[in-house]
Design a protein around this ligand. Sequence first.
Ligand code: MN
Length: 297
Amino acid sequence: MTIASYFAREVRLGEIPVLRALPAIGRRTIGPWCFIDRFGPLSFTDARPMDVAPHPHMGLQTITWLLEGEIVHDDSLGSEALLRPGGLNVMTSGAAIAHAEQTPRAHTGHLHGVQLWTALPESHRHGSPSFQHLAEVPMAEWPGGIARIFSGSVGGVASAAPHVSPIVGADLQVHPTSRLSIPMDASYEHGVLILSGDAAIDDQPLEARTLYYIEPGRAEATVSSRDGARVLLIGGAPFQERILMWWNFVARTPEEIRAAREEWTEHRRFGEVTAYRGARLEAPELTTRLAAPNPVS
Ligand code: MN
């Protein structure tokens, strides 16, 4: 079995420590997945640590999954959703949407989760925006642990979350001193990231803060743990289109990025997040080094 590893970068999103696992140097996509941010775990008392002001997206789907805490999503369509552990927020940007994400006033004082993006294929990236909230995603209990399947399906258990390309996304909970065997689609490539605890795949120990890549051809993987773990599994058919990411945009050409930045700056195309109190985010300066993405999630 070939497993490649990519060390994730630590960044900060305001007060929140973030592990940015994708894009990685040498690995831009896993299936259509093009962005993985793991935020937290974080405990807090007074301040509300997540306060991401309105910002635009295009060409992607954002998928937000929590292990602990709460996030309120508001967007330019007027959607509002309170996300809790076990539920899912899925925002399909199509050609243009804007949203804000905040810790709500009433909260548990904890925050731990992931925000993932998938690149939309050419057939869908110019389409209309939409937003879906799922109060819960399906769980499959197997010997050794529990799979919470938020995108696609695992072992015939399917999420109701909308997706465009063939994908899988799951949070695998492995019980202490246990082994959990997960059926995989052999036509997919997969990515694995520890969310908490300790884990090994096929007895190869996994490092924290490292994204693992499993090439197509696997029909099963066994995740084991000594003290118990939560492990993110993503996968999909290798994405056939070459993408260009800058800030919160997924595009194909620098010209598209320039146009989108200008339209956001001029309050055109993306709409306004009227539920958010406060100023929106300004786009960073465009430099000639378009290849360095720095999304705000
Ligand atoms: Mn965002």
